[in-house]
Design a protein around this ligand. Sequence first.
Ligand code: PLP
Length: 469
Amino acid sequence: MNTSNAPTAGIARIGDEPKGGSVLGFYAPKGSARPPRVARGEGVFLWDANGKRYLDATAGAVVANIGHGNPRVLAAMTEQASKVTFAYPRFFESEHNIALADSVCALAGDGFDRAFFVSGGSEANEAAIKLARQYAVVTGQGSRAKVISRDPSYHGSTLGALAVTGDANTLNLYGPMVRAMPKVPAPLSYRIPDGHTVESHEQACADALEQTILREGPDTVLAFILEPIGGLSTGAVVSSAAYFRRVREICDRHGVLVIFDEIMSGAGRTGAFLAAHHWEGARPDLVTLAKGLAAGYTPLGCLLAPNRMVDAIAGAGGFVHGHTYFTNPLSCAVARAVVDEVVRQDLVTRARDRGELLMARLRDIASRSPIVGDVRGKGLLTAIEIVSGKAERSQLPVAFNAPARLTEHGLKHGIALYNRRANLGAFGDFQMITPPLTINEAEIDELADLLEKSLADLADEIARKGLAH
Ligand code: PLP
């Protein structure tokens, strides 16, 4: 096994591939440098085709919760693939669908009796919004169709999920094609408005929710959707129990359903199976999961719902929604093996404990780095905020694209850092630090060391370009 950090040889360019190209040809300008070509993964590491090793510090796109190459999951995958890979769920039940739903609902706890499996996060949110709507219709509340969401937020890239996503940059492009839904501010913890404390800002955000419901007309509002702990939209902002309690009270008062988008925060990443479990009063009606649920071994998303909603809809003719690949037997078998590993290795507790260690390392880095303004998060869902000056919390120019620059420095040093810049950095430039939940203490030290080197290169570049404050 080659574990060296030797530099990748030869720079290939986008556009020099054969006909068909790669998906990168859709994103990166022709002629730009190609990223390393992945060859294999094991544990918290990935290797490229030249044998260079990278520590997967963000579990890809916050996905690979149980690490790469888990032999138990690979065995379950092979076994199911040799039996049957596809049977349409309206004609055939699957043993793995039933067992997976049972395990996930048990881990999700009270209020979650049923699981509906799809192929990813955006599909899970589409299913949540549609289930909420159909429930309203079958219970005589057909006027309810608006889904309030937060600004900033990210709920996916399909048109329905985009309608509730708080990202002005994306909505500038696709907004005219969707019915953009009402937005309320998401509580932030580092860039709070002048004259506010974190607590008063949270309360003002909750007040804005109630005002928006009243302004829109309570009998037209179907649901409020939120990421209980922010992903790339806010960079792992964690709000207080008081905020979640107030949200629940307001929504109860006006008959509005609460949907937690736990696509990034769920499946154990924050040190609880659902982030909702951290706050007793949160009590969401619906929860969506994806990413870590199948941990990258198969594309999978999930909607968790209570009996009262599913039974009302089933009794009125059934859920008017579905996809070809929903509840695919191969995906359910693989995800079942992943969830079994989460339980067997007690990864939820490990996320909590290792998260404390990681946060301590990140705070050390922040105390030494001139460009790390904030460290935040819960469990192993953490982020650092990159600034041009710490005293003023000043932001770097949009054109500089600090997260993308950090990714490039990281690849040089053998650390893989996923980035997707929300809102063109208007709410800050964040770097998520979200390694697999299986990461051990020595690997956390290595992660911190490689990250600090990459940040030092970024700080040099910022100074060299005259952008430091
Ligand atoms: N919701 C949140 C909070 C996410 O982080 C993501 C993906 O990053 C999504 C929804 C969309 O999931 P997917 O990319 O699997 O469609």
